[in-house]
Design a protein around this ligand. Structure first.
Ligand code: C2E
Ligand code: CA
Ligand code: CA
Length: 729
């Protein structure tokens, strides 16, 4: 932009210089031409005057009467009228002298009047010329004239007469007929003087438009004046004509320059405006470009760098690491339960939460760190120049704390958590995508550990992720074929473990190479990769189809939170029951506390619909989560299953005993049934029976059994079982 301004100014200055130069050059040319013309004019005028005087004189000098009235008998009156006054009146001769044969002054006229008693000696210039003329005559000048070879002899010069510049012309008076004769050498001479000042100058000025013309004998020419030198025939200077020339160039210059100046000024101002306008547009362009750039590299909601920008920053930070300058930590952040904020409080609240968190998180960072929003509820941080893991851990703890505080989002409070996966460079590599992959694996691990947690990448994690990927492929395959998946049933007993009243359906996966895969592994995997619905349907269908035929009061099926979130879940269950002919009253679904906690509109609608149809809902793993008794109070469940971890400590830790007892008392108080799971010892069974826990489940009574074994079991205990079932009811 600056270059453009400079270039424009230079161009204009250059153009102005050229125009001015051209104008000035042509003005000077015009002036010189005008000066030359004036000089020529003056020269011509002078030559004209010089040429004219002898012609004038000739009109009276070649005349019999002039000879008769001077040579023979000097007739002063006639001379005065015809040679003196006449010459002044008609030819403007300023002085006329008539010289006799001896060059003495016989008559003198000055300015049209006869000089009364003139000096007998003429002016030196006249006398010199007279002498020369007589010399010429003596040399035969008159003979040539009479032979008609030349005109009347004459002599002429420029000189000073009476202190004034003048043309002086001398000529002999000669008869024009043969009637009058005069001896050679005795001729009278007529001398005319035409002054070159005053009237001559006035005429010259008028005829040739000369301005302030004057005659000067001194060297006093001013710079603006022009002069014409007057020189005698002998070459001596007698002064000069001086005038002030009217210079058209200078005049044009004086007229054109202001206009030109104004034009240039106008152009200059226009250009200045143009440049300023350009500069403004340029600045706007630059800022809009910067804005566009900002938009391209920043997230619109939070104003944080986006993925593209983050990657470029990470690349340059990794360059430093590769060059041995320090280490860095790449952190991937993911909010826990953000989806629920969106689902329950609305997307606007979700946006408010994200942008609030963005500013809180960036406030916690050190100046050189970069925080970016990678999309959705995912953020990333590059910590440069990290001294060690402790520094990263400290920041992670701070970030987790910041995020897990309740946040006001306008229409309510949002509670989310934060999971962080960290990969350090150079320890975990210095290639961006590899490092990112590893941070991602660490994040995944952190998420799987239940959130609110951060994990540093380890090689082991990488392997487990690859294993998970392989496992996912295998699980899909298993679902497609259906052969590797089996539903087993774990008996549930009542009346001190004597009466078989129900079963819990548990899924088994017999992997062809890995053998039995724990449901904890593949259920989670199915949830992560979207296979849980198919898996859940398979269990429900088989449980109803197989166990529905058994003479048991309750068939329990585990349902994951994800299944329950599907709007059509309840209807699918009812359809399945109708299909298999099992009564809804015999079906119990087991959900975990987190399912209720993280419940969406859809899940609570599903639960309501299921319960309305007579299906029971039991709260699994009771005591491991928040264990709020409020579900019991609100009568949202029909049963609770005391988690194995409490049962395990029964009889060993006194506190545990009291808690279990309290839970059972409380549940019974509000009419909720209680099952204790994981009963492995006689003491546990006795204690639980003593405190009134009605239903028991565990390896002590029976491990999960295949359908076939289950059928055998029911057959062997058939009659007693039936009786117990009735007793329990
Ligand atoms: P859960 O619902 O708490 O199931 C009880 C788990 O405890 C079962 O493990 C069972 O084999 C085990 N168990 C029973 N008695 C004892 C005992 O005395 N001692 C010990 N140590 N363990 C005992 P399993 O079958 O490995 O299932 C693990 C979890 O996987 C289940 O926990 C349940 O949450 C989930 N799961 C299993 N099958 C399904 C299913 O079909 N659908 C869903 N959504 N989840 C399932
Ligand atoms: Ca269960
Ligand atoms: Ca359980």
């Amino acid at each position: 932009m600056r270059a453009l301004a400079v270039a424009s100014v230079l161009t204009i200055a250059f153009a102005a210089l050229i125009v001015l130069g051209a104008v000035w050059w042509s003005a000077t040319r015009a002036d010189t031409a005008a000066k030359d013309r004036l000089f020529q004019t003056v020269s011509f005028a002078l030559k004209d005057a010089e040429k004219k005087i002898p012609y004038d004189q000739e009109s009276v000098a070649y005349w019999d009467e002039a000879v008769v009235n001077t040579h023979d008998a000097f007739n002063e009156t006639w001379v005065d009228v015809n040679l003196g006054v006449w010459m002044h009146t008609y030819f403007k001769h300023d002085r006329v002298n008539i010289l006799d044969a001896k060059n003495r002054l016989a008559y003198a006229m000055a300015d049209g009047e006869k000089v009364a008693d003139p000096d007998r000696i003429p002016s030196p210039v006249i006398e010199d010329l007279a002498v020369q003329l007589r010399h010429n005559i003596a040399e035969g000048a008159l003979d040539h004239f009479e032979a008609e070879e030349t005109r009347i002899p004459r002599i002429q010069d420029l000189g000073i007469v009476d202190g004034r510049p003048a043309i002086v012309s001398v000529m002999p008076l000669v008869p024009h007929t043969r009637g009058v004769v005069q001896a050679r050498g005795s001729e009278f001479l007529i001398a005319s003087v035409r002054f070159l000042d005053e009237s001559f100058l006035a005429d010259l000025a008028e005829a040739n438009l000369l301005y302030r013309v004057r005659f000067s004998r001194a060297d006093d020419i001013k710079p603006k004046e022009q002069s014409y030198p007057l020189k005698s025939r002998a070459g001596s200077s007698i002064g000069r004509f001086v005038w002030t020339p009217k210079l058209p160039g200078t005049r044009i210059l004086s007229e054109v320059l202001p206009v030109l100046g104004a034009c240039l000024l106008g152009i200059g101002i226009a250009v200045v405006f143009l440049i300023r306008h350009l500069r403004r547009t340029y600045t706007e362009l630059v800022s809009s470009e910067a804005h566009a750039k900002h938009l391209a590299f920043h997230d619109a909601l939070t104003g944080l760098p986006n993925r593209a920008y983050f990657n470029s920053r990470l690349d340059s930070a990794l360059d430093d690491v590769r060059n041995g300058r320090g280490q860095l930590a790449l952190m991937f952040l993911d909010l826990d339960r953000f989806k629920q904020v969106n689902d329950t409080l609305g997307h606007a609240a979700g946006d408010v939460l994200i942008s609030n968190l963005a500013s809180h998180l960036s406030a916690a960072l050190r100046p050189g760190d970069v925080l970016a929003r990678m999309g959705g509820d995912e953020f990333a941080i590059v910590m440069r120049d990290v001294r060690g893991r402790t520094e990263v851990e400290a920041l992670c703890r701070e970030l987790v704390d910041i995020v897990s505080k309740p946040h006001d989002v306008g229409c309510g409070q949002a509670v989310v958590g934060l999971s962080i996966g960290i990969a350090m460079a150079p320890q975990a590599g210095t290639d961006r995508s590899e490092l990112a992959r590893r941070a991602d694996i660490a994040l995944y691990k952190a998420k799987r550990s239940g959130g609110q947690h951060f994990e540093f990448f380890t090689e082991h994690m990488s392997q487990s992720v690859q294993q998970r990927r392989d496992l996912e492929i295998d699980l899909r395959h298993a679902l497609d074929s259906g052969h590797e998946l089996e539903v087993v049933f774990q008996p549930v007993y009542s009346v001190g473990g004597t009466a078989l009243t129900g079963v819990e359906a548990l899924l088994r996966w017999n992997h062809p190479r890995a053998g039995a895969v724990s449901p904890y592994t593949f259920i989670g995997l199915a949830e992560d990769c979207g296979l849980i619905d198919r898996l859940g349907d398979l269990v429900l269908r088989r449980a109803c189809a197989v166990a529905g035929a058994w003479d048991l009061k309750t068939i329990s099926v585990n349902v994951s939170a994800m299944q329950l979130r599907h709007g059509t879940f309840a209807q699918r269950v009812l359809d399945l029951l109708a299909e298999t002919g099992m009564s809804p009253k015999r079906l119990e679904i087991e959900i975990t506390e987190s399912t209720l906690l993280a419940g969406t509109e859809a899940s609570s609608r599903n639960l309501k619909a299921l319960r309305a149809a007579g299906i029971k809902v039991s709260l699994d793993d009771f005591g491991t989560g928040h264990s709020s008794l409020s579900y019991l109070m609100k009568l949202e469940v029909d049963r609770i299953k005391i988690d194995r971890s409490f049962v395990r400590h029964v009889g060993k830790i006194e506190q545990s005993d009291s808690i279990v007892q309290a839970i059972v008392t409380m549940a019974h108080a509000v009419g909720v049934s209680v099952t204790a799971e994981g009963v492995e010892t006689r003491e546990q069974l006795d204690f639980l029976t003593r405190i009134g826990c009605s239903d028991l489940q565990g390896y002590l009574l029976s491990p999960p059994l295949s359908a076939l074994r289950m059928v055998e079991l029911i057959a062997s205990k058939g009659p007693r079982n039936e009786k117990s079932g009735t007793e329990a009811a």
